[in-house]
Design a protein around this ligand. Sequence first.
Ligand SMILES: [Zn+2]
Length: 400
Amino acid sequence: MSLLKNCRVCGSTDLIEVINLGRQPWCNDFLKKSEIGKEKFYPLILVICNKCKISQLNFTVKKEIMFSDHTYLSGITKSLSSHFKNLRDEIIIKFSVNEKKKILDLGSNDGTFLKHFKDIGWKVLGIEPAKRVCKIANKNNIPTLNKFFNFETSQEIKEKFDFINASGVFFHLEELHSFTEGVKNLLDVNGVFIVQFLYMKSIIKNVAFDQIYHEHLLYYNLSTLNKLLIKYDLEIFDARLHEIHGGQMTAYISHKGKRKKSKKLKNYQSIEKLEKVNDIKTYFNFRDQINKLKKINQEFINKSIEKKKIIYGMGAPAKGNTLLNYFGFSKKEIPKLVELNPLRRNLYSPGTHIPIKMEKEIKKLPDIYYVLAWNFKKEILKNNKKLIRNGVKFYFPIDI
Ligand SMILES: [Zn+2]
């Protein structure tokens, strides 16, 4: 098992360990009963490159292990689907689009995002490495290729796109450079590449350390993402921060020099500078905040158990496994995780081995729902008003 020696972006060997979450299983490796205890554990350590300041994991779980059979479906959550619809409308207004365009979605999942464009007559194409998820997309009439996107794939596609979208995949990339080169290749000369990524500045502000997991190899701020793009003659010209997932940044990117940089972007960039978001000290402070949060959560769970309260997890998101494993909770403390995604039915959480049950299968309510899907706080509180009135407590381990 070899650890990263060179920065994934600039190649520097000057990497500094900032956060060590121990050895953890791959967080999307939800287990069948027969697989319990057989899951592999890998180091989960965040390092920062002292040269280009991009933070990254120092261990790579192979992409074929992580993305060929994942079970995440973006269509499951209403707020995500409506976020995608808003993003479409934002694109149409922002770029004054009044004709039918071509859009390519990288890591297109079940086609939830592209569907909103197909609905208004655009030509759409998705690329999704997970077989089952890709099948669902094609069944829903969203043309989707079952592949990993890289430069080679881009050469097979052979057409240019007005818009290329990458929602939440840009930090997964083992083939970071080949992927970016592929985008450069398929982006129309006046095209716009839209990248949505977890904004490291927000992750740190919210102490949302559970977003650190093996699928997220890289953690960007706008300033650090630009360092990668510049290598391929691409650059950010506009950006917008959304509240979803506790702080998701949308960066609008064009070929270098093609578009005027927005005021908003300049504003974000100067705040990044002012707040020293890429400083090592900022990361060490983040580490201290994580440990503080761990203590608070352990105290809450232990006290609740002393009072004989029954605690179930709400949601079984991938990131919840970072949290459960790092906080050291198991089925002793949290005997069930309650989910909506049917692909996770009757599976067990990796590392902690907590069984996953569907919401409708829960006959006896817990006293406390420990909300692992904390980023859907509003939706969860709204959908569970009746339970809350009946005395079920909803606890948010990361509360923003
Ligand atoms: Zn670097």
